[in-house]
Design a protein around this ligand. Structure first.
Ligand SMILES: Cc1cc2nc3c(=O)[nH]c(=O)nc-3n(C[C@H](O)[C@H](O)[C@H](O)COP(=O)(O)OP(=O)(O)OC[C@H]3O[C@@H](n4cnc5c(N)ncnc54)[C@H](O)[C@@H]3O)c2cc1C
Length: 389
């Protein structure tokens, strides 16, 4: 693949950058009231959608632009470079949307996809349960068919955006015979259905990014089944692969590395040989990650499954993020113990927040250990891990 922008992509990048600069100049900081903040974030996504920048690679029939995946990457890069606010419906856009395009019925695609793009419906992902995370197939939330509906009972956990989501795509057990992976179905559930209870979970960063979701006799229309009954595992595997791929994070990490260098300079550590080697290693890892991302992109541009490259990228990105934040706190020395809210904190304590957040990236979407298992089995052809079953 040619790594420089093609002429038309260069023009796209320039127009996008000019648009973003103008739009960002008009953007206010998020209000402290959570409901108002959600509305402002929806409005930001809508503004980008109306300008033709959301759903770049999606089919036109469902509100997309049918552009190449390269454009999607350019969009992510420019947003990260200019520090644009994230798109609020990230789970709908990056995880459910591509899965619905591949596996949804025509009616589901027409009903749900345009509303994802405009942030009319915010989505959350109901996969994990108290006893089913890495071993997702052991999930126990169950659904039985009753007339035109499924009736769902059980509990989900770590549901990101659960407290603000309008809809949830969830995995339920519909048959107990056979292997654990068989008998799972994939449903689209309105979060306002009677019997859905959301309990926000407070994290170490003091944010309540995710939640527990309790499901008590929740009725979900049969029309909201994605794929075939009992065959949801196939859709779930594809969904996880969409969750694990993505290049935009590299630009953000690139920015963090620059900031790390500034921090080292501010602390007069730039002539420390050990630290210089550490920074150089982080830079090399970032470059390697970038080219792995290009490999995934090349496969996607050709309509080919990127295979284990998505797991490699996910592992490398989250571990690199963790190493950058570890280095930041090491550079701060004794100041590392002082966080946000303390007037003595360096950089107003933002590295402490980033450090705590970085752990989450090595867990969400599949842990680093599980990614290593996937790479061992699918990329290296090693025997299946015993722990993974
Ligand atoms: C920020 C964040 C957001 C999330 N958002 C969502 C969401 O929106 N929706 C959702 O459904 N879930 C979400 N999750 C949950 C996430 O998918 C799970 O936390 C993850 O899959 C791990 O599952 P677990 O927490 O049950 O840990 P476990 O599976 O119990 O793992 C515990 C430890 O054992 C290790 N381990 C497990 N199996 C193996 C193995 N075979 N080999 C080696 N080591 C192993 C793991 O690596 C881990 O260190 C989110 C998690 C985080 C951190």
């Amino acid at each position: 693949m040619d790594l420089a922008d093609a002429t038309e992509d260069r023009a796209f990048r320039a127009t996008l950058r000019a648009f973003l600069e103008r739009a960002l100049a008009e953007t206010r900081s998020l209000p402290s009231d959570p409901a108002a903040a959600v509305e402002q974030s929806r409005a930001w996504q809508r503004k980008l959608y109306d300008a033709g920048y959301v759903g770049l690679a999606w089919p036109r029939a469902y509100g997309g632009q049918e552009a190449s995946p390269v454009r999607q990457v350019i969009f992510g890069e420019e947003c990260a470079r200019l520090g644009a606010p994230p798109l609020i419906n990230t789970i709908g856009l990056n995880i459910l949307g591509p899965a619905l395009i591949a596996f949804g019925s025509e009616e589901q695609k027409r009903r749900f996809l345009p509303r994802i793009l405009r942030a009319d419906d915010l989505w959350c992902q109901g996969f994990s349960e108290p006893g089913a995370g890495s071993d997702l197939a052991s999930l126990r939330t169950a659904a039985v068919v009753d007339g035109d509906d499924f009736v769902v009972n059980g509990q989900k956990v770590w549901t990101s955006l659960g407290p603000i989501a309008d809809w949830c795509f969830l995995l339920v057990r519909t048959d107990r015979a056979g292997r654990a992976q068989q008998g799972i179905s994939y449903l689209l559930m309105d979060m306002r259905s009677p019997g859905v209870r959301v309990e926000p979970l407070r994290q170490i960063t003091r944010k309540s990014h995710f939640s527990e979701v309790f499901l008590d006799d929740v009725r979900v229309p049969r029309a909201n089944l994605v794929g075939e009954l009992h065959d949801g595992w196939r859709v779930a595997k594809a969904t996880l692969s969409f969750e694990r791929s993505g290049l935009a994070g590299v630009v953000e990490l690139e920015k963090r590395l620059e900031e790390l260098k500034s921090l080292a300079s501010q602390r007069r550590r730039l002539d420390d040989a050990g630290l210089r080697q550490r920074l150089a290693r982080l830079f090399v890892e970032k470059e390697a990650l970038k080219y792995t991302g290009y490999r995934v992109l090349t496969a996607q541009s050709r309509g080919v499954d990127p295979g284990p490259a998505a797991a490699i990228g996910k592992l490398a990105a989250s571990e690199l993020r963790r190493s950058i934040m570890d280095a930041a706190l090491d550079i701060q020395g004794p100041y590392a113990a002082i966080g946000r809210g303390n007037p003595q904190a360096l950089d107003r304590g933002r590295w402490q927040g980033l450090f705590l957040d970085a752990r989450a990236y090595t867990i969400g979407g599949g842990t680093s250990e599980v990614m290593r298992n996937v790479i061992a089995e699918r990329a290296l052809g090693l025997p299946k891990s015993i722990a993974g079953g």
